[in-house]
Design a protein around this ligand. Structure first.
Ligand code: ACO
Length: 430
């Protein structure tokens, strides 16, 4: 069998044979297809990149039809059951799980970066009390770029790793300080000896810097949630990370851009939207009316549907399990029963079944965060902390990929032909 595809251009009756690699044709090969020799040549048109591979990647594998998600070849369920977040972060960044020595060096490196300068704290104090924590995270991440000008040396392998350690070390601190700021509370300094998730919870919950709050069940639940959110191949925010990173902007700026992409309600902002939706539905009796509204196009069932998964999101399955563990500590949330009933009804309704709409990662995560005492506006920030690891792994892959260049899509121009300025404008200039 020959690995080629032959296209007949019916305009000219010419045939073109294009090589197939990894089940793809190179979009640039389409350029050979022309009517006249001086034509630009054919392009592919793919708004929202629904069928365009923008890179080769070794990080994350998804089979959306079967509901499979793997990081570096390992199944997400195994990683969530047997590993810690820092171990999986190491795996995603470096490609292999750490040996005990590598893990110890990795933790030492991350702990060394668990601080922010006083000016960063002052910068954050400038936000209004009701500033959205995602806005604070995006801006403060961008501000960090000004503290680390060496990060602009993006082609230097040592600098690349240094930036990766800095961002993974600092992002939970910025996230926690944003939360404390919005509550009018003092900042709690990081306690690097605590676990990564445990330290984050302490920075959120502690009443004074002297207090060290430990809750192993909740810390492990957050650790698992962090693992599940690390990477998800070429989604909106990762695409932003790669697009901005391709201009050789430093990784702090690229991470800020990626976080901005995550903030929208169609992406990471959906977990916040799910809680709002459940609040509006209120009780089980109102579910049929709500579903009717969804089917009439009045609103979406937030936390349902996915560009890639046409099956149950494997992360949602894990999160549902984690929720039960959290409720043993926090007490059962009424919202989980409402969410489960909403899921049950939706999954027996032809509207959702025929469109293959299933719960995604955001459907249950917010319910856990809320049970832990976190407010909906923090939910997307909780997504951004672990996702920074995925963004950085993708950025690292991009920056070291000889096939990559500055990202610059084409367009199909459908505007005016050339036209003259109106006389009223040219007269005024005279
Ligand atoms: N509720 C109701 N209908 C939906 C939903 C939903 N949540 N999602 C998709 N549909 C419908 C669409 O209206 C469309 O119907 P049609 O064929 O009659 O026009 C059909 O299902 C296909 O949907 P698309 O919008 O074409 O799917 P797309 O891949 O573009 O969108 C997305 C995926 C954005 C996730 C969408 O499902 C959605 O908006 N979901 C709700 C928001 C959400 O939960 N986002 C989080 C995603 S996970 C993440 O980013 C971490």
């Amino acid at each position: 069998m020959e690995n080629t595809v032959t296209i007949t251009d019916n305009r000219t009756e010419k045939q073109y044979t294009l090589p197939i690699t990894n089940d793809t044709v190179k979009a640039m090969d389409l350029r050979k297809i022309k009517v006249n020799p001086d034509d630009f040549g054919m392009m592919s048109y793919d708004p929202a990149f629904t069928n365009t591979a923008s890179c080769k990647s070794q990080i994350t594998f998804i089979d959306g039809d079967k509901g499979i998600l793997r990081y570096r070849g390992y199944d997400i369920a195994d990683l969530a059951a047997f590993c810690t977040f820092p171990q999986v972060a190491y795996l995603v960044i470096h490609g292999e799980l750490p040996t005990p020595e590598q893990e110890s060096a990795w933790l030492t490196e991350l702990r060394a970066h668990m601080y922010v300068f006083e000016n960063i704290k002052k910068f954050m104090e400038g936000f209004r009390h009701d500033a959205h924590p995602m806005g604070m995270l995006v801006s403060t991440m961008a501000a960090l770029s000004t503290f680390y000008p060496d990060a602009k040396d993006v082609r230097n392998p040592e600098t690349q790793m240094h930036s990766i350690h800095r961002i993974i070390g600092k992002i939970p601190i910025i996230a926690a300080y944003g939360y404390r700021h919005s509550k009018g509370l003092d900042y709690i300094p990081p306690e690097p000896k605590m676990g990564y998730a445990e330290n984050f919870l302490n920075m959120i919950w502690a009443r004074s810097p002297m207090e060290h709050l430990r809750n192993p069940v909740l810390a492990r639940a957050l650790d698992v949630l962090f693992i599940l959110h690390i990477d998800h191949e070429q989604n909106c925010s990762t695409n932003a990370m790669r697009a901005v990173g391709s201009s050789e902007a430093d990784p702090f700026l690229s991470t800020a851009a990626a976080a901005a992409g995550l903030a929208g309600p169609l992406h990471g902002g959906a977990n916040e939207a799910v809680l709002k939706m459940l609040g509006e539905i209120g009780s089980k009796e109102n579910i049929p009316e709500f579903i009717k509204g969804v089917k009439e196009g009045k609103q979406k069932l937030m936390g349902f549907g996915h560009r890639v998964y046409k099956n149950y999101d494997p992360r949602a399955k894990q999160i549902k399990k984690t929720a039960e563990e959290v409720f043993t500590i926090t007490g059962r949330s009424k919202k989980i029963d409402l969410a489960m009933e909403l899921e049950r009804i939706a999954l027996t309704d032809d509207y959702f079944v025929s469109r293959k709409l299933y719960p995604n990662v955001d459907y249950y995560s917010g319910i856990i965060y809320e049970a832990m005492g976190l407010e909906p506006k923090m939910f997307t920030v909780l997504f951004a902390i672990p996702r920074a690891v995925g963004w950085l792994a993708q950025w690292h892959e991009l920056i070291n990929d000889p096939e990559q260049k500055i990202a610059r899509p084409r367009q199909v121009y459908v505007g005016h032909e050339q036209r003259k300025l109106p006389d009223s404008y040219t007269h005024a200039a005279r």
